[in-house]
Design a protein around this ligand. Structure first.
Ligand SMILES: CC(C)(COP(=O)(O)OP(=O)(O)OC[C@H]1O[C@@H](n2cnc3c(N)ncnc32)[C@H](O)[C@@H]1OP(=O)(O)O)[C@@H](O)C(=O)NCCC(=O)NCCS
Length: 214
């Protein structure tokens, strides 16, 4: 398996990447911001994406979005093809895109919003912390991306304060003082807590029949 920074030569994978994303969202029954092949190709051309390939077979992908004049970047669109799941590939891809983000945008805060427990776990291990949406970019174009998510009505109802997704932020400026190190140790990843948070949000925000499908 090779994981590389994507370029123009990987454009031929844009369609399968978008199809895999859409298909996975359908299977999970959760919302997702829709991406087009053209958008994915732009990310590849600008060296703002990472692709995993086994031979010439598509295995995984993730890209960088830049917001608020490079004050924030998001690592978005993480997808691992079903044939390559549960082998630690998402973890490797996230690490690559995280390193690429820090290299290209060293001053930016890195953030993501997700409902996925796997992604939350990976983010925790990279040093992200859960935060309220108010700590993330207020760039309207970022939040506009949520319009294609089937849970967008929740975000509107809460005036963009919360949704089923959890916001997570990596802030490179936070000094690693002894106190901070201790605090981050005290709040390490706890699957049960995050699963419970997810259940509570679904109970609060989703209509009863949708909640039972989750
Ligand atoms: C979520 C996804 C990217 C995970 O890819 P993957 O390559 O199977 O993940 P990894 O093997 O690297 O697993 C990383 C960690 O998450 C855990 N994990 C994986 N899938 C999980 C799940 N569905 N629920 C909870 N934890 C999960 C793994 O056990 C692993 O933890 P470990 O370090 O304790 O072993 C993949 O399932 C996928 O593409 N899903 C559809 C798209 C999606 O949900 N994208 C995220 C949108 S924000």
């Amino acid at each position: 398996m090779k994981i590389v920074v994507a370029n123009k030569s990987h454009s031929k994978y844009a369609t399968i990447i978008c199809e895999t994303m859409a298909e996975s969202a359908k299977v999970r029954g959760t919302g997702i911001a829709k991406r087009t092949p053209e958008y994915v190709i732009t990310k590849m051309e600008n060296s703002n994406a990472v692709i995993a390939l086994e031979g010439d077979k598509f295995a995984g992908f993730c890209y960088i979005e830049v917001w608020s004049h490079e004050k924030f970047v998001a690592n978005s669109g993480l997808i691992v093809h079903p044939d390559y799941r549960n082998m630690g590939l998402a973890k490797r891809i996230k690490k690559e895109i995280f390193n690429l983000s820090r290299e290209k945008f060293p001053k930016a805060k890195i953030f993501g919003i997700t409902t996925g427990l796997a992604v939350m776990k990976i983010n925790y291990e990279l040093g992200y912390k859960p935060v309220t949406f108010s700590e993330l970019t207020d760039d309207p174009t970022f939040w506009k991306g949520c319009q294609t998510c089937k849970n967008y009505d929740i975000l509107q109802r809460t005036e963009q304060k919360m949704c089923l997704c959890t916001g997570m932020l990596y802030d490179s400026e936070i000094k690693k003082t002894k106190k901070n190190k201790q605090a981050s140790h005290d709040h390490s990843y706890d699957k049960k807590v995050l699963q419970r948070l997810k259940n509570i949000k679904q109970h609060l925000f989703l209509p009863k029949e949708k909640e039972h499908k989750k």
